[in-house]
Design a protein around this ligand. Structure first.
Ligand code: ZN
Length: 212
């Protein structure tokens, strides 16, 4: 049987958790496969270890792994090293229209995950690293300019969020907090001239919120 697996962020600590998904009317839970469900003889009932999760972050496992053997989930960001767009990061999505997991490249036709174990590399996910995706980055940029009068900052993914970046990304440090982050090529249509500076994701978002 195909492995049915979900992941989502826990409400209590924001950490990712994987397992079975149980959704009620106004709350959702993940039951990890490893801990699972136990039957308690004395109480005559089943008990499940579970964590309440944020429904907005629920992602399903695609059944496939990248070339490093990492499981690929909906919401993951994959770089396509051998495509015409060298290293173009794109998002794994579930398309309801025709019921398939695919790589959604916005403005381009979605592509199949066929053979992804040979060419694909997961570099993050859209929840922890929205700056990796062009349209999400644009949205961050748009938020950043709004009302603060501070201009737009380009967000660089933190090294702790993206442990295995594509080869051509370079390590640098955030000029505000000094944390290590990645500097990489910008998507087509985006240039550094469009930003007043480059900061780590956290600082860029704080500047956007006017707390910088
Ligand atoms: Zn920073």
């Amino acid at each position: 049987m195909r492995e049915i697996l979900f992941r989502a962020k826990r409400i209590d600590n924001g950490e990712w958790i994987q397992g079975y998904l149980w959704s009620g009317n106004d709350s959702s839970y993940i039951i990890p496969h490893s801990l699972g469900i136990n039957y308690y003889e004395k109480e005559k009932r089943m008990m499940a270890f579970s964590s309440e999760v944020n429904i907005e972050t629920v992602c399903q496992y695609t059944g496939l792994a990248d070339r490093e053997g990492r499981k690929i989930f909906e919401g993951d960001v994959i770089v396509i090293p051998h495509s015409d767009k060298k290293g173009f990061p794109a998002e794994v999505r579930y398309r309801e229209l025709d019921s398939w997991f695919c790589i959604d490249r916005t403005n381009y036709v979605p592509i199949s995950l066929n053979g992804v174990q040979y060419w694909g590399e997961v570099v993050g996910n859209v929840f922890d690293n929205p700056e990796l995706i062009e349209w999400r980055r644009r949205r961050l940029g748009a938020t950043e300019g709004k009302g603060t009068g501070k201009g737009r900052y380009l967000a660089m993914p933190l090294v702790e969020h993206v442990r295995k970046p594509p080869k051509y990304w370079m390590k640098t440090s955030c000029p505000i907090c000094g944390r290590e982050c990645w500097d990489g090529p910008l998507p087509e249509g985006i240039t550094e001239m469009m930003f007043v500076g480059k900061l780590c994701t956290t600082c860029a978002m704080q500047m956007a919120a006017g707390r910088g």
